[in-house]
Design a protein around this ligand. Structure first.
Ligand code: GRF
Length: 206
């Protein structure tokens, strides 16, 4: 798809940015229906910013520690995002709870990837909790973002097995590899108006 026809995606990040990288890599394909037009980090110096720079994508830091409260930070973030006129805002490891004012402003355009099969394991430490619960299948979810944390409607999911001997780290790595497949697939599905097919890596190590 030509650059002019692609959906514009802004990616807020907080850290390593491996999901950002997966989106950047997908957008490099000639027929990809989206382009990453900006990356915004709430933390300076994170690897995600280097990834954006390496790909020639405008990267901005809006350091949340410089704001008095969530409302003023979210307003600044919102205005910065709006400046890039996005069709979608794809949170990728963005580790801030967003205010209702923010989620309402971006309602219908704001998506997130969560490292669990929602509605199980909302919040943090999902892999540890999955191991403690003894589930045999774990994974990740791309969902619309609403005012309730990790509560928006599901767009797509990717499943991975929990294997004997798994640790939090080994399970996290398996889920992260699935995240890198799922996020571009779901964003592509949204941009093309097609359903996001479930992905699975079951009954095998990986
Ligand atoms: C991912 O597991 C994502 O699902 C979670 O935070 C992690 C971010 O990883 N919200 P990265 O920054 O994309 O590498």
């Amino acid at each position: 798809m030509s650059g002019a026809g692609r959906r514009r995606v802004v990616v807020p990040v907080s850290g390593g940015g491996s999901n950002l990288q997966a989106l950047i890599d997908a957008a490099g394909a000639p027929k990809c229906p989206f382009e990453i037009v900006a990356v915004i980090s709430n933390r300076p110096g994170v690897r995600a910013l280097q990834r954006a720079a390496a790909a020639g994508i405008p990267a901005t830091v809006i350091d949340h520690t410089g704001f008095a409260d969530r409302e003023t930070f979210d307003a600044a973030l919102s205005d910065a995002i709006a400046g890039f006129q996005p069709d979608y805002v794809a949170l990728a490891g963005f580790m801030r709870v967003l205010t209702a004012g923010f989620t309402e402003r971006w309602n219908g355009r704001l998506i997130n990837i969560h490292p669990a099969l929602l509605p199980s394991f909302t919040g943090l430490h999902t892999h540890r909790r999955a191991l403690e619960a003894g589930v045999a299948v774990h994974g990740c979810t791309v969902h619309w973002v609403s005012a309730g944390v990790d509560e928006g409607a599901i767009i797509g999911q990717g499943a991975v097995p929990v294997l004997p001997g798994d640790t939090e780290d080994s399970l996290a790595a398996r889920v992260l590899a699935m995240e890198h497949r799922l996020y571009p697939a779901c964003l592509t599905a949204l941009c093309t108006g097609t359903p996001a097919l479930p992905l699975a890596m079951l009954g095998q190590a990986g």
